[in-house]
Design a protein around this ligand. Structure first.
Ligand SMILES: [Zn+2]
Length: 378
């Protein structure tokens, strides 16, 4: 079972704003009670605090949701407290949360909440929302978030689709031997422009800097996210059509590669660190899981430095082209995507043995013999 959220903007009435402020007050009072009496579970917190919430003029459903929210905040706080000294995060923004068990209904593009709150939902929300499986609704002063769930049946895959992420593009190679590419040029360009604009700010005033950086951060997100969403949605569509599992490199620690002192110039570092590797991975993995497609991760070791045909060391030739002493010139990204695919077939994912073959060239360079690669053990 997976849960997804659809978000839309709306304008709350003054009555609804009042409810949100009350909700925030209840959450914060419950946090105070929980800290004082050392209450750990939702049940014990609600026993301790429910009778003290009489002063609030709000339906019981919202009170119980507020207690649940406070219990969540307390649990997170205690978890963080084990390793670091942290301050408890009280609820600062007004909000309102309610769960499906207290009666949530979408009827003809109107969302009905307890206390006869009615909110109009837009056509997009109506089209994506599965009305029978609404889980919860969260209201903030500027957004309405509806969480809904879906039972996912795992898809039987017939092959794999390996993905190599780069700064300017995403390259795919599948087990059928096809390769394709999505350009991310637009995202890189938007990032570069926003970075340039921000770098021209020289005034030593933290408030104005925060304002300017916030503004350009928003502009950047609004331009970059659609490009990433288009690419990830299209990849998942392709994988679903051909029933392919998705393979990605495990890029944990990628930011350590581009740090000061690594003998790279600062423009290169800024450019590489601006790349949204994790955001793309997040989008791709949640979209794939929503369709029931498995996502596998392989070690990135040697994926761009070895030849995908013979396993030899490759050397940079021109931009985006590498040269293998035995096989000649290959596109650098296609080579990397094929290496990711073969790593998945050899070490992580169960696939037919015939897939894990490499071309072995005879010393005279004429005959090609296919042999099963023994992997790391040989
Ligand atoms: Zn080679």
């Amino acid at each position: 079972m997976l849960v997804k959220t659809v978000k839309q903007s709306y304008r709350p009435s003054s009555e609804l704003m009042g409810f949100m402020e009350t909700f925030r007050g209840i959450v914060n009072q419950c946090i105070t009670i929980g800290l004082k009496e050392n209450r750990r579970s939702m049940k014990s917190l609600s026993k301790a605090s429910y009778s003290k919430l009489r002063q609030y003029q709000i339906t019981t459903a919202y009170k119980l949701c507020a207690i649940s929210r406070a219990a969540g905040i307390l649990t997170n706080y205690r978890k963080l407290l084990r390793d670091h000294h942290v301050e408890i995060s009280y609820c600062r923004r007004a909000s309102l949360v309610t769960a499906a068990c207290y009666g949530l209904r979408v009827k003809k593009s109107i969302l009905n909440l307890p206390s006869k709150i009615k909110i109009e939902v837009n056509p997009h929300t109506v089209s994506v929302l599965d009305r029978t499986n609404i889980r919860s609704v969260t209201l903030t002063p500027d957004s309405l978030n509806i969480a809904y769930s879906k039972e996912i049946a795992p898809v039987k895959t017939t092959g794999l689709l390996a993905i190599d992420r780069n700064l300017d593009n995403v390259t795919m190679a599948d087990t059928a031997g096809k390769t394709s590419r999505h350009s991310l040029d637009k995202a890189t360009l938007s990032k570069a422009l926003c970075r340039m604009t921000k770098s021209r700010f020289h005034r030593n005033d933290a408030r104005i800097r925060r304002y300017i950086y916030g503004k350009y951060g928003r502009i950047e997100r609004n331009r970059v996210n659609p490009v990433l969403h288009n690419a990830s949605a299209s990849i998942v569509r392709q994988a679903k059509q051909n029933s392919l599992g998705i393979v990605l490199e495990n890029i944990k620690g990628i930011r350590k590669l581009y740090r000061r002192g690594n003998s790279q110039n600062k423009h290169y570092r800024f450019r590489m660190n601006a790349c949204s590797f994790y955001e793309f991975q997040r989008q791709l993995s949640y979209k794939a899981r929503w369709e029931g497609l498995p996502v596998h991760y392989v070690s990135p070791r040697g994926t761009s430095s070895k030849c995908s045909k013979c396993g030899d060391q490759v050397f940079a030739k021109e931009s985006r082209i590498v040269e293998c002493p035995r096989c000649g010139c290959i596109d650098r990204d296609v080579n990397a995507a094929r290496n990711v695919l073969s790593a998945a077939l050899r070490f992580r994912v169960k696939g037919p043995p015939s897939e894990a073959m490499v071309e072995e060239r005879e010393p005279n360079g004429v005959t090609l013999i296919l042999k099963v690669d023994g992997g790391q053990s040989s």
